[in-house]
Every structure is written in C-alpha cells, then in structure tokens.
Ligand binder design. Sequence first.
Ligand code: ADP
Ligand code: F6P
Length: 369
Amino acid sequence: MAAEPKGLVECSQTPWPVITGAASGALVRTERRTVAQIGHAHESEHMKRIGILTSGGDAPGMNAAIRATVRTATLNGTSVVGYLDGYSGYVSGEYVELDDRAVGNIIQRGGTMIGTARCPEFHEPAVRRAAAASMRDDGVEAMVIIGGDGSFRGALELQDECGVPVAGIPGTIDNDVFGTDETIGFDTAVNTALLAIDQLRDTSESTGMMFFVEVMGRTSGALALQTAVAGGAAGVLVPEAVEQISELVEQLRGSFDRGKRSHIIVVAEGDEAGGAFAVGEKVRAALNHPFRCVVLGHIQRGGRPTMRDRLIASEAGAMAVEALFAGRSGMMIGRQGGVSVEVPLTEVVSRQHPTPNLGLIALAQKLSG
Ligand code: ADP
Ligand code: F6P
C-alpha cells in the first residue's frame, strides 16, 4: 500500500462553477457541479481541449512532462495546446497545437519546447481575467502549469478569480518548492555540477590550487549541498547557514597540514558571504593559498535530463491530466517518500521554502579527508 503522503490535506467538497460560452469576454456560468479541490475524485464531463505552459526558469525534464501531459490527454481524445513562453503566451493568446507526434523525440532534451519566460503583467488581475476569457474563446477548459512556486501563485489566482481548473507540476533546478522532495530538473542540475567538479578536481590535485565553485539555487542551498557531498567537496556555503567562513578556514588549514592537495569548496549563489569570488578572497586573506573561482551559471539549467528527472516528469504529467479529468483542481503533483502525490497548491504557496538537509554541511567536512 502506498505511504500516506505528508502534505496531503483532507479538503471538503467545494462547489465549482463550470464556465462556458465566453465569446463576448463575459463569464457565463451555465451550471454548477461539485468538484473537490483535492483528494476526492468524482465524475466530470469529458474535456475536449486543455492547455499547458512552462513558466519561470527552464529545467531539464520539462519536455518529458509536456510529452506525458500531451500523450495522456490524447489517449483520452482530448487535444492539447501549448502556450508559448509561459504566461506571456497565455496573455497574448499565442499557442501551438501539441498532438502525439509534436511531442515525439523530446523526452531526452533539456529546456522546454514551448519556451518559458517571466511575465510581470500576469500579476495584474485584469490581465489574468482577459487571458482566461480568451482561453475559453479558444475552447481550452483547463491548464497544466509547470514551474516554481511563483508560477503556482499565478495558477491559483487563475483558478480562484477566473474559475480555470489548474494542475501544477514543480519544475525548477532550485528544489525550493514546498510539498515535494524534489523538483523536475534538480537531479540533472546536480549531476551537471558534479561533472564540472570532477574535472576541476584534476587541476586542483595537479596544481594544489583551491577551487571555489559557485552553483545556482537562488535563495536555496539544496543544489549546493547535494553537489558538495556527491562531489567530495572540502566545504559548502549555503544561505540557510550563516557565518561559515571561519569554520571553513580552520577546516582547510587542518586539511593542508595533513597534506591534502585538492580542495573544492561549493558556494551557493545566494550565500550571505557573497559569491565564489568574495568567499575565495576571504579564505585567501586567512590562508594565503592560491585559488581559482568557477561560476557554473546557466550551464546547470540545460542538458539531457537524467533518468530520475524523466521518470518523475512522466509520472507528474500523467497524474496532472488524470486529476483534471477526474474533476480535481488546484493541486501540484509532488514527490514524497519516493511516491508521486497530489499536494494542494494553497499549501505549496502559503508555506516557506523547504529547508534543505543542513546535516550535509558536516557530512561533506567529515568525509573530505
Ligand atoms: P518560479 O515559478 O520558478 O518561482 P517566478 O517566481 O519568476 O518563477 O514566477 C514565474 C512567473 O509566474 C512570473 O514571471 C509571473 O508571470 C508568474 N507569477 C509569479 N508570482 C505571481 C503572482 N503572485 N501572481 C500572478 N502571477 C505570478
Ligand atoms: O530558478 C532557476 C534559476 O536558474 C536560479 O537558480 C537562478 O538564480 C535564476 O534562475 C537565474 O535566473 P535568470 O535565468 O533569469 O538569470
């Protein structure tokens, strides 16, 4: 039996307006049916057409999620449109038809075939209402939205203000979304950073120079922590832990005394001490040891998704469509304890970003030799 997912909450049945016939731009409520926000499947009418968009930063595995969404829908006789460049295409009404063949040969590709963007206009309620009305004019009945918690805030507003059924899929390399153990793209980004670190290790070992490697993650240290332990780093600095530099200096001093030559220090871009250059200078001031800095930047966003990202993306795409077809709205398909589960978007957006496993800081230090 599947484990009870920790983020699922019991929700009462809520009356959900089915909105049709919006040719004039006005919302015409023709009937009401009962749709649970989450957790209680019930009969719903056959959806003829749904939409999908990718929003925020691109992440490897988004294409696999698009493919799974489209193929699950078309198996049911439902057509899919892909809005271009996130909410920008949703607002301007720019989309492409995505049939079975359109999503062939993309499961192995990084990025997103329908483009992504940040769309400041979508913060405006009037813009959202006009976009939802135009969506209905085009016969689109529900939306699958792939992105981070910002994108999900937009999705919830679409649902609550405009009555659009929505399902979210967490896609970001930052792994900073509440309610899911991992986001699509995170595993690939860690592996990409590891590839770089493994190569830098050769030069560090050969020359004795320290390398400060800056990884992405915005305000989250999740990417840095896993990269550091898996890359055998001597230290890791993350935004969730403060004043780590003096400890790092002592650690490195001991390591040099023991004759270790190669030293990789992973710095999260959001760390309060500054990026890799700032941290490197501070450590050099204390140790007077040569160093180099490498900022991995957007290299971590691209590339072939790993098996893990393809797998969770495929499950999420299929489950998002099945939930919408079953009449549920307002959920994110997250991962909890190795299982894909529905988590209410209200929970996802109202909670703090999850704190990553800070025990990995000590583990990296302990194992670095
Ligand atoms: P992520 O989805 O990765 O967290 P952002 O926070 O940049 O990335 O959000 C992506 C996009 O989602 C924004 O550019 C905007 O179009 C939309 N969005 C974010 N927050 C909101 C909000 N509160 N209301 C409406 N739309 C939002
Ligand atoms: O959210 C994904 C991410 O790559 C972050 O890790 C990074 O801070 C940010 O996006 C970079 O954004 P942009 O591509 O707009 O420079």
